[in-house]
Design a protein around this ligand. Structure first.
Ligand SMILES: Nc1ncnc2c1ncn2[C@@H]1O[C@H](COP(=O)(O)OP(=O)(O)OP(=O)(O)O)[C@@H](O)[C@H]1O
Length: 246
């Protein structure tokens, strides 16, 4: 179980202090699939980074399976089974896809068949990719899919995916959503997926709408979808009282 208690995250900007996360408390039970969604800049990625240890909260506490992990390093959290797939994954010159899968799986060897199983889940063929370097020669969508494959290879207990749909073609996306469904059905891990994609949102046990650094809404698909659909007009205080000529 993951528990965030009164988490705040404040940064200094040229315009002064800015509260990116404001007193967020949430409990995510084991084996649930929870989707964080909401408007751009709402604080979703920051939440994920705080959970993974990439950003230290200004105040509050994070518990994982009862253990206080607030001040643990990324490596220590990874050892506890927490893994995070970046919105924009890094590239590793000189490291092949096979090396990365091996590192992620924490094993001395992986057969081609095993690598193939992870890569197929994200729509990649081991024959084409295993010996390729994870460098600038790969497209954004390829790097993204390789990173997701490494998270699958890690087999952690809490997997956080940051916009897994970004840059991924429809065919690979369909396979990926099936993979999320399968992990969920087989109770293999807790998943937090940051997403704007209806198909992923519909997989969730719970949808958490994060806006303005706070949890704006929480609920299941039936409760949250109408709210998302009704809130498509947005709002801009500058334009509020003016007719815009386009
Ligand atoms: N270190 C920082 N310094 C200044 N501003 C920051 C910092 N980190 C995050 N922000 C700001 O905090 C807000 C929330 O960012 P975050 O990336 O968490 O949003 P998000 O909900 O994931 O957005 P998106 O849907 O666009 O990915 C944004 O306005 C961002 O510019």
């Amino acid at each position: 179980m993951l528990e965030l208690k009164h988490i705040s995250y404040r940064v200094s900007t040229p315009d002064g202090e800015q509260d990116i996360l404001k007193d967020i408390s949430i409990t995510i039970p084991d084996e649930k699939l929870v989707v964080f969604t909401g408007p751009n800049g709402g604080g979703k990625t920051t939440m994920a980074k705080v959970i993974m240890g990439l950003a230290e909260p200004t105040s509050g506490q994070i518990l994982y399976n009862g253990q206080d992990i607030t001040h643990l390093s990324i490596t220590e959290r990874a050892r506890l089974g927490i893994s995070y797939g970046f919105q924009q994954p890094p590239r590793f010159k000189g490291i092949t896809v096979h090396d990365l899968l091996l590192l992620a799986a924490g094993k001395e060897t992986l057969t081609k068949d095993q690598c193939c199983q992870y890569l197929t889940r994200v729509g990649l063929c081991a024959n084409d990719y295993l010996e390729r370097e994870v460098d600038v020669s790969l497209s954004g969508g390829e790097v993204k899919r390789i990173e997701i494959a490494t998270i699958l290879a890690r087999q952690g207990s809490l997997m956080i995916f940051d916009e897994p749909e970004a840059g991924i073609d429809l065919w690979s996306f369909a396979r990926l959503t099936e993979t999320f469904e399968q992990i969920h059905r087989q109770h293999r891990a807790t998943m937090i997926i940051i997403s704007h994609q209806e198909r992923i949102i519909r997989l969730a046990d719970e949808i958490v709408v994060i806006s303005g650094g706070q949890i704006a809404h929480r609920g299941n698909t039936e409760e949250i979808f109408p709210l998302i659909l009704a809130d498509t007009l947005g709002g801009c205080p500058v334009l509020e009282h003016k007719e815009v000529q386009l």
